[in-house]
Write a protein that binds this ligand. Structure first.
Ligand SMILES: *Cc1c(COP(=O)(O)O)cnc(C)c1O
Length: 371
């Protein structure tokens, strides 16, 4: 699905230099490389505060901890996402409330949001799934009306732009009160291990987030609250500093691959190519199609036999997962999410796909689909 080796080889000199510099300095934890990457990312995102942390799941957890919520408070998100988004809601004793998604963009269906809000609702966690933004302008409007926090899960959409109706643009993750991302190796900005970051333009929240990721302390060995130990290590920061300089070029390579796929599959009655949301560009963390009236498992197996990996993100909606079986939800509650789980499949998507590979992938898909 990704080709991390070829990508590494293309930037090997810069990466190796960055790693060696950290080793030479022995500043492995909270070294200057972390601060330097943090500042670069703040500049890139046009965001006042970036708080690096250990992974994307921690970013979400720490964000929710910063809001001082009480057990039983409700957090609205989607069921069509990776478990991490919702796992932390439950972990903190909060109650996840799901809304269905839009069948085209796979993101939160804005027409379903307001009806999910109750007197216990405290926050909304929109996910920018597969690399394009959820309808943030409308989400922020509804959040403001009901006095709710918005925490964006931008783990799959770092670098994506949101276009507001007044003509302004903001980066994914910098629109809500807090934004979260992951630097897991296969993410659009991936390090060589685990990593994550939290974004905010709010000075008070930034201070609290920094305290929480550091054992609840602002001054060493004085603990103001219960926190966690969640740090981005210096070697990962050095790698990310290099890769951040290539992020926009990587997004355009992903878009070139997506355009190739689109051209091969558009108009085919058995396939639906990804819908582009008019208010966002797409950074294609995944290129995800819908299989219509074809045996999806047969297709995935056929592709595997031709050495084309294909994945299903995500085969079981969160509200139907075993771990959520005792919540208020049952099959049929989110028809769009459930239908998507049964028909989506994703093709290889990364920065190193050449025309020969794309040709092999697309002809392999079409051979199965058209037979
Ligand atoms: C990857 C991912 C996360 C979690 O990131 P980790 O760094 O793996 O903890 C959270 N949400 C979404 C949507 C993701 O894709």
């Amino acid at each position: 699905m990704v080709d991390l080796r070829s990508q590494y080889l293309s930037i090997k000199t810069e990466i190796d230099h960055g790693i060696q510099e950290v080793i030479d300095s022995c500043a492995f934890i909270n070294g200057p490389a972390v601060k330097s990457f943090q500042e670069d990312l703040e500049k890139y995102l046009q965001c006042k505060h970036v708080i690096p942390c250990a992974n994307g799941t921690d970013a979400l957890q720490v964000s929710m901890m910063a809001l001082d919520l009480k057990p039983g408070d409700e957090i609205i998100s989607v069921s069509f996402t990776f478990i991490a988004t919702v796992e932390v809601i439950s972990l903190l004793g909060l109650t996840p409330v799901f809304v269905d998604v839009d069948p085209g963009t796979f993101n939160l269906d804005i027409t379903k949001l307001e009806q999910a809000i109750t007197s216990k609702t405290k926050a909304i966690v929109p996910v920018h799934l597969f690399g394009q933004c959820a309808p943030m302008e409308e989400i922020m409007k509804i959040a403001k009306k009901h006095n709710l926090y918005v925490i964006e899960d931008a783990a799959q959409a770092i670098g994506a732009d949101y276009y507001f109706s007044d003509g302004t643009t903001k980066k994914a993750g910098t629109i809500g009160h807090i934004g979260c991302t992951s630097f897991f190796p296969s993410k659009n900005l991936g390090c060589y291990g685990d990593g994550g970051a939290i974004f905010t333009n709010d000075d008070v929240l930034a201070k609290e987030l920094r305290i929480i990721v550091n054992h609840g302390m602002a001054i060493r060995y004085y603990h103001d609250r219960i926190g966690v130990n969640s740090r981005l290590d210096s070697i990962q920061a050095a790698i990310l500093k290099v890769k951040l300089q290539h992020l926009d070029e990587y997004a355009s390579k992903r878009n070139q691959a997506a355009a190739y796929y689109d051209k091969a599959f558009s108009g085919n009655p058995k396939l639906k190519v990804p819908t582009r949301f008019s208010r966002s560009n797409h950074v294609f963390h995944q290129y995800t199609l819908l299989a219509k009236d074809i045996d999806r498992k047969g297709l995935v197996d056929w592709l595997a036999s031709r050495e084309v990996p294909a994945m299903i993100y995500y085969p079981v909606p969160l509200h139907l997962q075993k771990t959520f079986k005792d919540t208020r939800y049952k099959a049929g509650d989110f028809p769009v999410t459930e239908a998507l789980s049964e028909s989506v499949f994703s093709l290889p998507m990364h920065t190193e796909l050449d025309d020969e590979q794309l040709e092999h992938i697309t002809t392999s898909v079409l051979e199965f689909v058209n037979r």
